[in-house]
Design a protein around this ligand. Structure first.
Ligand SMILES: C[S@@+](CC[C@H](N)C(=O)[O-])C[C@H]1O[C@@H](n2cnc3c(N)ncnc32)[C@H](O)[C@@H]1O
Length: 408
């Protein structure tokens, strides 16, 4: 008797865990009833009570982790495959196995070369006693030089939230890579706009190069010469051969081709310059954590309907953030990016904790509709120019008719 694709997949999942060849599993194309749920990621962890299948439920704005015994976890996964999730990918050290359902609920199983040939740090043995992190504090000289860890591999007092932020950022990049074609590439190029002291830049290089095994080149762009010199010396010291820093204003940096554009807490319109450069270079991923929002704040002259609401300073501040970042997100969509905005770290660490990510796609977009939306929002708040809009649409942003789509 021939077994169906789903049963084959479930058997492969169970046997890969049994033989310790399992790396992880991703469930996507969610069609279930739960609001905001998008994906489930499964991996093996070892905690005090033993080896568990740890499932991360990834929602639009949050993640929830639940740990199950291996049998429970495998059964649960079996119950949602093909019912709630139409796409499943099992990563093992031997092969990647994909199970896809079409609209008629017909399933198809296929396999390809393994994305990961080393079991990252996810096998039950290696996970022993380790927290679920991408970057570990031990044996990472760059973290010590950056003052995040001691030489003995302990996190320096006061740097705990920085360390958490680094890991959270890497986790997000990892999951974005998995949602894009970049995960199967051998080489990945990154530009980090406003790289500062390089905490996240060094960690990203380490992760892509050493943990994911991709040939990685990263350029950090930074306007402070002291930081550029510091980072270049550190890169030499720790032998990160293709990690370089350039003393340049983002605005003037000639970006031709790049896979990932990052700008984390680059100040005010430096974020817009970074987005513009990323879009023009057709970057597959654009990842931003905006910082101050002065450019729009100065321009808001709300219409009567909003005047009394916005006489309160804090509400005006927050409105300028929402309007600035909301328009940025819509402009990314106009430029062909699947865009998402979410909270990326706890507000205890910084109030500037919104993240905007764009993944380039070829889907049809109703540009006119989006540009009309932007036009209406600007009108409501009495805004004449959004800096990024003016970069992307130099002709139309100042005129009353903004439906003319330039350049992009
Ligand atoms: C708040 S720090 C963030 C550093 C780093 N991205 C991080 O998240 O740890 C912002 C950095 O961007 C740099 N910067 C701001 N505007 C810039 C511009 N137009 N061109 C280059 N660097 C810029 C600043 O000098 C500063 O080092």
């Amino acid at each position: 008797m021939e077994i169906d694709a789903k049963t084959q997949f479930e058997l492969m999942l169970a046997s890969s865990i049994e033989s310790q060849e399992f790396i992880k599993l991703t469930l996507g194309r969610y069609k279930g009833q739960e609001d905001g749920l998008r994906k489930i990621f499964a991996k093996i962890i070892r905690i005090k009570s033993g080896v568990k299948l740890s499932l991360t439920y990834s929602y639009e704005t949050k993640e929830i982790v639940k740990n199950y015994s291996i049998d429970e976890g495998v059964t649960l996964i079996g119950s949602v495959i093909g019912n709630d999730f139409m796409s499943s990918v099992l990563f093992t050290i031997r092969q990647d196995i994909r199970l896809e359902y079409n609209k008629k609920q017909n399933s198809k199983i296929s396999s390809s070369k393994p994305t990961f040939t080393n079991p990252l740090s996810v096998s039950p043995q290696e996970h022993n006693h380790k927290k679920n992190r991408h970057i570990e504090p031990e044996d990472n000289a760059y973290l010590t030089e950056l003052g995040v860890t001691t030489k003995q591999g302990k996190i320096v007092k006061g740097m705990e939230s920085k360390f958490r932020q680094i890991n959270k950022f890497i986790e997000i990049i990892h999951s974005l890579l998995e949602s894009s074609s970049l995960i199967s590439r051998d080489h990945i190029s990154v530009v980090d706009m406003g790289s500062g002291k390089g905490y996240l830049t060094f960690a990203l290089y380490d992760f892509l190069n050493n943990l994911l095994g991709k040939k990685t080149s990263i350029v950090g762009i930074e306007s402070r010469l002291d930081l550029v010199n510091f980072c270049n010396s550190l890169s030499k010291l720790v032998n990160f051969g293709s990690l370089h820093f350039k003393h340049e204003d983002i605005k003037n940096y000639m970006l031709r081709e790049v896979d990932i554009t990052i700008a984390l807490h680059a100040c005010d319109t430096a974020t817009d310059d970074a987005i513009y450069k990323g879009i023009m270079a057709q970057s597959s991923l654009i990842v931003l954590a905006p910082c101050c929002h002065k450019q729009i704040r100065k321009q808001i002259h709300p219409t009567m309907a909003l005047k009394d609401l916005l006489k309160f300073g804090i509400l005006m501040e927050r409105q300028s953030e929402i309007v600035t970042d909301g328009i940025r997100a819509l402009l990314l969509e106009v430029s062909g990016y699947d865009t998402n905005v979410f909270e990326f770290i706890s507000p205890d660490h910084t109030s500037k904790n919104a993240m905007i990510v764009g993944i380039k796609n070829d889907k049809y977009i109703d540009k006119k509709y989006l540009l009309d939306q932007i036009k209406d929002v600007k009108k409501l708040y009495g805004i004449r120019t959004h800096y990024l809009e003016a970069l992307l649409f130099p002709q139309s942003s100042l005129s009353s008719d903004m439906t003319d789509v330039a350049q992009v």
